[in-house]
Design a protein around this ligand. Structure first.
Ligand code: AMP
Length: 178
């Protein structure tokens, strides 16, 4: 086993599954034990940063809230800036918003209109890919702002929800799959 596969195995072992959180029927993947371990946190950030294979990245966009934690560290590792993709009503300046369907109702996310420069090369990061609705909406916002979404990277992917389907056309990376 190489160093990377050892790290992936250790990260997977540290992720806790909490049944019926926040609602009955959801198997919540709790990544806080990964963050609490400096080696696993650093390993996760290295994996996410490696997903662009050395291509130039100007900006790493992180999705609220757990995506922020990884994305800001990945940005530092890649020598890129960080921009937040937030839930509606949290950003203070002028925003562009995108809504997407949830199982019940809709959700809206926002970015500042000047978060990225047109033509900038962006890596979009979140902790986990489930149905792909959030990441698809975030990638759509980035495209509207004129950015090039070089890749979308997640630490964890719930493959049985087919989130990748909603992200077709993008380079999608994940490291731990359920
Ligand atoms: P989705 O838009 O369905 O891909 O949902 C992705 C967002 O919801 C991510 O920001 C995740 O952090 C969160 N999420 C969805 N399902 C889970 C889960 N089972 N465990 C942990 N986080 C989840």
């Amino acid at each position: 086993m190489n160093e990377q596969s050892t790290t992936i195995g250790e990260i997977e072992a540290a992720i806790r599954t909490i049944p019926d959180f926040p609602r009955p029927g959801i198997q919540f993947k709790d990544i806080t034990p990964v963050l609490a371990d400096p080696r696993l946190f650093a390993g996760s950030v290295r994996l996410l940063a490696s997903s662009v294979g050395g291509q130039r990245i100007d900006t790493v966009a992180g999705i609220e809230a757990r995506g922020f934690i990884f994305a800001s560290a990945v940005a530092l590792q890649l020598g890129a800036g960080f921009v937040p993709v937030r839930k509606k009503g949290k950003l203070p300046y002028k925003t562009l918003e995108a809504s997407y369907d949830l199982e019940y109702g809709t959700n809206t996310i926002e970015m500042h209109v000047d978060a990225v420069k047109p033509g900038s090369r962006v890596l979009l990061v979140d902790d986990l890919l489930a149905t792909g609705g959030t990441a698809a909406a975030a990638a759509g916002l980035l495209a509207k702002l004129g950015a090039e979404v070089v890749a979308i990277s997640f630490l964890v992917e719930l493959t049985f929800l087919n989130g990748r389907k909603r992200l077709s056309g993008y380079q999608v990376h994940s490291f731990i799959r359920y």
